[in-house]
Design a protein around this ligand. Structure first.
Ligand code: DUR
Ligand code: ZN
Length: 294
């Protein structure tokens, strides 16, 4: 089991420990549970889905990297597939607070990049901040998304974000998690193709500046992240954070990154380049390159 889980694992109910141990003992637990694994955990523990998801939250929170705040937030997104995706907050000392990834964003981006088509619910250990409520209002589940918080009755995003501003206010119909393809031709080596494929899937209806980041780890594993824009602009999630999120959730460290590749349009009104270079430099990674989409 990865060391980050050991302390919280020991606090879980005994039946859940027994059921989870084989899943957590694999080399790289992907910080997600398939629908079938969820069913099996429920059968073995006798827990209903809500109880199980709340019980798993400490494991999600253990994935947090809050080196500035020391405040661990954990989130679990449930997809229509029934899969559960962990998320946790991640902070980037040496850059700006704006680079922070919130736990809710982490879980949503995680689910999206693993191919989930829609979310039904998100369970969080603290009440979602305004930025996260706004971020989640970009989703194709709309204000129906269920928000489950400890000690509160199940509510919807609409309850937490009344009179919401969203994509519709800017006449945008494509929502986050809708299938998107920007049709840039895949070319180059595996890492280049991964970055272009991530850009193809990105949600950038406001700027029309799709982008993707691919990270190659020293063991050859590739994590790629797609850019996710938000109608209110500031809660947008850069492609580097999306890729780092998957790497960190899978138990990798920044020292494990061998090289990074950004794919973006040269003629777009935005660029991820300088910010990505700055964040990667703060992680001691200087091997970053760019492929221009056309
Ligand atoms: O909804 C929230 C509120 C805060 N945080 C994180 C961001 C930062 O890392 C830390 C302190 O705000 O908690 C979240 O992940 N989600
Ligand atoms: Zn937040």
């Amino acid at each position: 089991m990865h060391p980050r889980f050991q302390n919280v694992f020991a606090q879980l109910p005994a039946s859940l420990q027994a059921a989870l141990r084989p899943l957590l003992s694999v080399n790289a637990f992907p910080a997600m549970l398939s629908a079938a694994e969820g069913v099996s955990l429920r059968q073995q523990t006798g827990m209903d889905e809500a109880t199980l998801t709340f019980s798993l939250l400490p494991l999600a929170a253990a994935c947090a990297r809050p080196s500035i705040s020391r405040f661990q937030v954990g989130a679990i997104a449930r997809g229509v597939s029934g899969n559960l995706y962990f998320g946790a907050n991640m902070e980037f000392p040496g850059t700006t607070l704006q680079q922070t990834l919130h736990a809710e964003q982490s879980a949503v981006s995680h689910a999206w990049l693993r191919g989930e088509k829609q979310l039904t619910a998100i369970t969080v250990n603290y009440t979602p901040c305004g930025h996260c409520r706004q971020f989640m209002n970009e989703l194709n589940s709309g204000t129906r998304l269920l928000i489950n918080l400890p000690g509160r009755p199940p509510s919807t995003l609409g309850d937490y974000l009344p009179d919401a501003f969203g994509p519709g206010d800017l006449n945008i119909k494509t929502r986050l998690l809708d299938e998107e393809c920007h049709r840039f031709t895949l070319q180059g080596d595996t890492l280049t193709q991964a970055a272009i494929a991530a850009a193809n899937r990105s949600h950038a209806p406001y700027s029309n500046a799709p982008s993707g980041m691919a990270l190659e780890m020293k063991d050859g594993t590739i994590f790629s992240g797609s850019y996710a824009e938000n109608a209110a602009y500031n809660p947008s999630l850069p492609p580097l954070q999306a890729a780092l999120n998957l790497a960190y959730l899978s138990g990798y460290e920044s020292q494990d990154i061998l090289r990074a590749l950004l794919a973006e349009r040269p003629d777009a009104p935005l660029t991820q380049w300088e910010t990505s270079v700055a964040v990667l430099r703060s992680l001691n990674c200087r091997s970053i390159d760019r492929v221009l989409l056309n």
